[in-house]
Ligand binder design. Structure first.
Ligand code: GCO
Length: 452
């Protein structure tokens, strides 16, 4: 029966804009996601994060749920515009106070706070000056990191600078399906480098105020070549380079890999890389968090229509790994998580890994008795936690697993229609209801042992 090391950390994860609501309270400024979600046609059904799960007001109830679940740690993000409403200048004390109370509330419940500094809510005023296309935003991020670390540095157990820079750059500025909704390959590449730089500067700022582990969270796509034909292998390698190694190589190897630069040369000469940047970006970190949901096969020979986030791999065709899909249309393939952990460990043997997000949106049905019998989500979680155990058995240094997500929440461009929570949120009443999967996670956490 797979079991886990004593010090293995099990947690749950959320992100600020997806759960907090209260967008006009506590002196919070406007973020790019406020602007984007209020722009007609950008988000399904016109949903916004204005209220979301109202976590800003209900956080004590939510922390009680975490405590009852029995998690070791809780990964949440800080909303930059709560700390610096216009992205510059001194801290807004009400914003710091909110997160300070949250951190204390976690510690009082024996739960380790894991803070992500940037889960996509860039202050709109910074976007108005160019956002991540502009080098200066990386320095503004460092100032913001410093303000948060000064306040919370003594109490937060783990820090991540950024969440999924690929999404922030490529969905935000490449395909434009995420805020700020720009569709320009050069802009997406510039944004990628500036996000990498922000990570490095952010690590420096954090280290000045904390001795806790510092890392980054990335969505390394689990990609397999569709065949061993030259065309498929070539498209796969380029998709891997621009989708994955473009972020981790500078951070962990201090360089952009040749294939990344060659694949993107038609869009950029990478003049944005200034002398010394790679030293800043590649300073030591303590872990890499990987968000895993699904895996795909990659074939070549495609012609991308419209704007693709796969800048430099425009000809890649992505093929579902199987037809057993979540409500996101993502193939359920637990062994992809084992493969991913092994692959990342082989490329970067010295770094500890964390599964910083894993979970599934499913079509939940509320039974007459009010229960949600989400056996499909339980199977997903069980399978993927088993896949982590498999990676551990293969010698991969995996240190933790965070279920995504604690609550149903605002799923970005898909609004509140997709439900990732193990706890259901009724958006009319804000009532929280434990799904069967929450009860399953609670009983798993009591033993930390999977059945056969
Ligand atoms: C991401 C984000 C989460 C999402 C989750 C499901 O990975 O996109 O970190 O905010 O909600 O991944 O799509």
């Amino acid at each position: 029966m797979p079991t886990f090391p004593e010090d293995f950390v099990f947690g749950a994860a959320t992100a600020s804009y997806q759960i907090e609501g209260a967008v006009h309270e506590g002196g919070r400024g406007t973020s790019i996601w406020d602007t984007f979600s209020h722009t007609p046609g950008r988000v399904d059904r016109g949903d916004t994060g204005d209220v979301a799960c109202d976590h800003y007001h209900r956080w004590t109830e939510d922390l009680d749920i975490l405590a009852e679940l029995g998690v070791d740690a809780y990964r949440f993000s800080v909303a930059w515009p709560r700390i610096q409403p216009t992205g510059v200048g001194s801290a807004n004390q009400a914003g710091l106070d909110f997160y300070s109370r949250l951190v204390d509330g976690l510690l009082a419940r024996g739960i380790t706070p894991f803070v992500t500094l940037y889960h996509w809510d860039l202050p709109q005023t910074l976007e108005d000056k160019g956002g991540w296309r502009d080098r200066d935003t990386a320095y503004r991020f460092a100032d913001y990191a410093d303000l948060v670390a000064r306040e919370l540095g003594d109490r937060v157990g783990e820090w991540a600078t950024l969440n999924e820079p690929w999404c922030a750059a490529m969905l935000g500025y490449g395909s434009g399906v995420h805020a700020p909704g720009v569709a320009n390959p050069k802009a997406a590449l510039d944004a990628s480098h500036h996000l990498n730089l922000a990570h490095g500067l952010g690590v420096q700022a954090l280290r000045a105020s904390t001795t806790s582990p510092v890392g980054i969270v990335v969505n390394v796509h689990q990609l397999w070549p569709a065949s061993d034909s030259e065309q498929d292998m070539d498209a796969w390698a380029r998709a891997d380079a621009v989708g994955n190694w473009m972020y981790l190589d500078p951070i962990l190897k201090g360089r952009y890999d040749d294939l990344t630069l060659a694949a993107t040369a038609k869009h950029s000469s990478w003049e944005v890389i200034a002398d010394g940047d790679l030293d800043i970006i590649s300073q030591p970190i303590d872990f890499v968090g990987l968000n895993y949901y699904s895996g795909q096969y990659v074939a070549g020979g495609g012609t991308s229509e419209g704007h693709t986030p796969w800048v430099g791999a425009e000809d890649a065709r992505f093929i579902l790994a199987n037809d057993h899909l979540t409500d996101m249309g993502w193939a359920i393939i637990p062994r992809g998580l084992t493969d991913l952990l092994v692959r990342v460990h082989e490329r970067y043997p010295d770094i500890d890994l964390i599964v910083s997000e894993n979970g599934a949106a499913m079509v939940d049905v509320v039974s007459d008795d009010g229960a949600i019998h989400d056996a499909d989500r339980i199977a997903y979680l069980e399978g993927h936690i088993g896949a982590v155990a498999d990676a551990l058995a293969l010698g991969v240094p995996v240190k933790g697993y965070y279920e995504w997500s604690l609550l149903d929440n605002f799923e970005w461009a898909l609004g509140c229609s997709k439900r990732f929570g193990i706890v259901r949120v009724d958006y009319d009443t804000q009532a929280r209801t434990w799904k069967d999967s929450a009860k399953w996670y609670q009983s798993f956490l009591a033993t930390r042992t999977l059945g056969e």
